[in-house]
Design a protein around this ligand. Structure first.
Ligand SMILES: Cc1cc2nc3c(=O)[nH]c(=O)nc-3n(C[C@H](O)[C@H](O)[C@H](O)COP(=O)(O)OP(=O)(O)OC[C@H]3O[C@@H](n4cnc5c(N)ncnc54)[C@H](O)[C@@H]3O)c2cc1C
Length: 217
């Protein structure tokens, strides 16, 4: 949705092919309790979307919304953008010539020829039909010479740590939830931030150890 509107705003003629009766994917299908982590890393049109949803609720910005709130914003984007929307279209076949995707044929019989295709199907249905190579899951660091990509087995260890910390009895706060000066329990938001920092540090430490092939017990 955002890709189509962005391409149209840059002067491209865009056809948006969608299998359902309303657009917006997860965002307009009930995924309205946004687990955003750190809002500062969300920008561009994505951030604008949450601001526009905010207008629907008469707020500056809104991250918790109903499907119809999101749909209303997406409908406005479409109307303003000039994107041609084709509903109830299921991709059936990809026409590849000289290693380039030239055309897709929908199950309805509609044929779409374009210079550029964006596969936004979540599971890469068009990529699979086109026969491009892809990886399922995460490649090893060695595939692209990466050294600092995200936590893997460390993530499991840290989630175990989460359970241990969270299962502490109500009034017995683990050390990282206490202020270092007066040892009084921190307010919840502060405690959660402190916990996230601890978790990231643990992941970083474990990843460094793993990168060096250290034994971790
Ligand atoms: C239960 C759950 C909770 C989540 N919670 C969060 C969260 O709190 N915060 C967060 O940041 N992320 C969350 N995510 C992840 C987030 O939803 C996805 O990363 C995001 O929606 C992906 O956006 P997308 O546009 O790639 O896919 P989608 O939003 O899924 O859109 C894909 C679109 O492609 C269409 N489509 C599918 N197959 C085809 C096809 N063959 N032909 C044509 N169209 C097709 C679908 O109908 C859909 O409209 C959650 C995911 C799940 C499942």
């Amino acid at each position: 949705m955002i890709a189509s509107v962005t391409a149209a705003s840059q002067g491209k003629s865009v056809v948006l092919l969608h299998p359902g009766l309303f657009i917006g994917g997860m965002t307009s299908s009930g995924l309205g309790l946004t687990d955003f982590g750190n809002t500062h890393v969300i920008g561009g049109r994505s951030r604008q979307f949450y601001r526009d949803v905010g207008k629907h609720y008469r707020r500056d910005e809104e991250w918790l919304f109903e499907p119809h709130g999101a749909s209303k914003v997406f409908d406005q984007y479409l109307q303003l953008s000039g994107v041609q929307l084709e509903l109830r279209q299921f991709v059936g076949r990809a026409v590849v010539e000289h290693r380039r995707l030239r055309e897709i044929v929908m199950l309805s019989g509609l044929r779409v020829r374009a210079k550029c295709f964006i596969d936004a199907t979540y599971e890469g249905d068009l990529m699979a039909l086109s026969g491009v190579t892809y990886t399922v899951g995460r490649e090893p660091n060695s595939a692209y010479g990466e050294t600092i990509m995200a936590c893997r087995c460390a993530t499991n260890i840290s989630s175990v740590l989460t359970s241990i910390l969270m299962s502490n009895r109500e009034n017995r706060h683990p050390a990282c939830f206490r202020s270092s000066t007066n040892q009084t329990p921190r307010p919840k938001a502060q405690a959660i931030t402190a916990f996230r920092v601890e978790k990231q540090m643990l992941c970083y430490w474990l990843d460094r150890r793993l990168a060096r092939n250290d034994k971790i017990s």
